[in-house]
Design a protein around this ligand. Structure first.
Ligand SMILES: *Cc1c(COP(=O)(O)O)cnc(C)c1O
Length: 393
C-alpha cells in the first residue's frame, strides 16, 4: 500500500486505512512497535540516519513506526503537510512555543482558551521574556489592535470552552498574515471532521488527542500539524531534544480512535443539537449556548465554517451556583468529570473546576457565570440523557 496517493481519498477512508505500510508479516491491523532503538546494518548507515541524509528509524523519542502512522493519518485528515505527535495536548502547545518563540517575542491569544494554555503563556513563556496579550475571541478589531511588530503568532480555540463562541478563522488568518504573524488554531472541539483550519488559512493546528480522537477516555496525547517547513525547522528539532514523545501504545489507541472519528462526531453532534433544543424548552434554564441554535450570536458563521455544530453544550440556570451544583449532583448516570469528547456524557461546573483558577474578575470578563453548566454530550440514548438531567431541573 506504499504507493497509494491517499490525498485523493475522503477523510472517512483516510481515517481507516492511510499511513499503514504492511510489514513482511502481512498483518491486517496496525501493530504496536515497542522498541526504544533500531539496529543499523553498518556504521555508515547509522551515521547517514543520524544526519538525516538517509530516512529510517533511529530512536523512539522521535521515530517510531506506530507513532508515525498516527502522524501521517492525522496530517492527511487535517489537509496538512506534516504532523508530529506529543505526549499530551499541553506538550503539543509547549512545543509550538518552544519551537517558534524567543525572548522578547509577543503573543496574542484568545482570552477563552483552555485554562492551562493561559498558564503556559503567562507563567512559563512569560518567565523567559515572552509577553502575551489576551483578547476577546469574537472581536477581530481587538486582535488587530493587539498585534505589535514583535508579535510571532495569534492563538485561538474555536468553538471556545465553555461558552461555545465561534471565531472567523479566515478573517483572523488574514489579519495575522497582513502583519507577518502566524495563526495557530487549537482544533480539539471540532476535529478535522467538523472543521479544517489549514484550509481556512491557519498556519498551525494543535490537538489534544485525549478528547474526541481517542473518544473513549483512555489515553492522553497531543499533536501539531503544519507545513513541512514549520515542522522540520521549528517543531521537530524541539521534539527530538525536548522529548515529550507519544508512546507507541497510545498512538495505537488513537489510531483506532481515528477509524471511528467521523461516525462518532456525527452522533455526538446529533445528540448535542437535540439536547440543546430540549434545554431551551425547560423552565429553569435561562440561556443555552450552542451554535446550532438560531439564538446563538455566531450561528451563521458556524454554519459556514463547520460541517456540524459540535458535541458540547453549555447553559445557564435561573438560580446561581447552588442551583448548578444541585442539578449536577442530582444526575444518576452522567459522569461528573471535566473531561470531554468521551462516548460517556460528562457534566461539569466550569466556574469552580476548569476555570476555578481564574480570578472572579477574569471569569466575569470572559462571561463564565456561577450558574453555568457544561455538558459534553456522549453517545448514550438521548432520551436517557434528558431523563438524567430532568431530575435536577
Ligand atoms: C484538553 C485540552 C487541551 C490540553 O490537552 P491535554 O491532552 O489534556 O494535555 C488543550 N486544548 C483544549 C481545547 C483541550 O480541551
Amino acid at each position: 500500500m506504499t504507493d497509494f496517493d491517499w490525498d485523493n481519498y475522503s477523510l472517512e477512508t483516510q481515517a481507516i486505512r492511510a499511513g499503514h505500510d504492511r510489514t513482511h508479516e502481512d498483518e491486517h491491523s496496525m501493530p504496536i512497535f515497542t522498541t526504544s532503538s533500531y539496529v543499523f546494518k553498518t556504521a555508515k548507515e547509522a551515521a547517514l540516519r543520524f544526519t538525516g541524509k538517509e530516512p529510517g528509524n533511529i530512536y523512539s523519542r522521535f521515530t517510531n513506526p506506530t507513532v508515525d502512522v498516527f502522524q501521517k493519518r492525522l496530517a492527511l485528515m487535517e489537509k496538512g503537510e506534516r504532523c508530529l505527535a506529543f505526549s499530551s495536548g499541553m506538550a503539543a502547545i509547549m512545543a509550538v512555543g518552544m519551537g517558534l518563540l524567543k525572548s522578547g517575542d509577543h503573543v496574542v491569544s484568545s482570552r477563552s482558551v483552555f485554562g492551562n494554555t493561559v498558564l503556559m503563556f503567562q507563567n512559563y513563556f512569560g518567565k523567559f521574556g515572552v509577553e502575551t496579550d489576551f483578547v476577546n475571541l469574537t472581536d477581530p478589531a481587538a486582535w488587530e489592535a493587539a498585534i505589535r511588530p514583535n508579535t510571532r503568532f495569534l492563538f485561538l480555540e474555536t468553538p471556545s470552552n465553555p461558552l461555545i463562541e465561534i471565531a472567523d478563522i479566515q478573517v483572523l488568518a488574514d489579519i495575522a498574515h497582513k502583519q507577518g504573524c502566524l495563526l495557530i488554531v487549537d482544533n480539539v472541539f471540532c476535529t478535522p471532521v467538523l472543521q479544517k483550519p489549514l484550509e481556512l488559512g491557519a498556519d498551525i493546528i494543535v490537538h489534544s488527542a485525549t478528547k474526541y480522537i481517542d473518544g473513549q477516555g483512555r489515553c492522553v496525547g497531543g499533536a501539531v500539524i503544519a507545513s513541512d517547513e514549520i515542522i522540520e525547522n521549528s517543531i521537530y528539532p524541539y521534539l527530538r531534544t525536548g522529548g515529550a514523545t507519544m508512546s507507541p501504545f497510545n498512538a495505537w489507541v488513537f489510531l483506532s480512535g481515528l477509524e471511528t472519528l467521523a461516525i462518532r462526531m456525527k452522533a455526538h453532534c446529533d445528540n448535542a443539537f437535540e439536547l440543546a433544543k430540549w434545554l431551551e424548552q425547560q423552565a429553569g434554564v435561562a440561556q443555552v449556548h450552542y451554535p446550532g441554535l438560531v439564538s446563538h450570536a455566531q450561528h451563521e458563521l458556524a454554519k459556514r465554517q463547520q460541517n456540524q455544530f459540535g458535541g458540547v453544550v453549555s447553559f445557564e440556570l435561573a438560580g446561581g451556583r447552588d442551583h448548578a451544583w444541585k442539578l449536577i449532583d442530582a444526575t444518576k448516570m452522567v459522569s461528573i468529570t471535566a473531561n470531554l469528547g468521551d462516548v460517556k456524557t460528562t457534566i461539569t461546573h466550569p466556574a469552580t473546576t476548569t476555570h476555578g483558577r481564574l480570578s472572579s474578575e477574569v471569569r466575569a470578563q470572559v462571561g463564565i457565570k456561577d450558574s453555568l453548566v457544561r455538558i459534553s454530550v456522549g453517545l448514550e440514548n438521548i432520551e436517557d440523557i434528558k431523563t438524567d438531567l430532568l431530575i435536577g431541573l
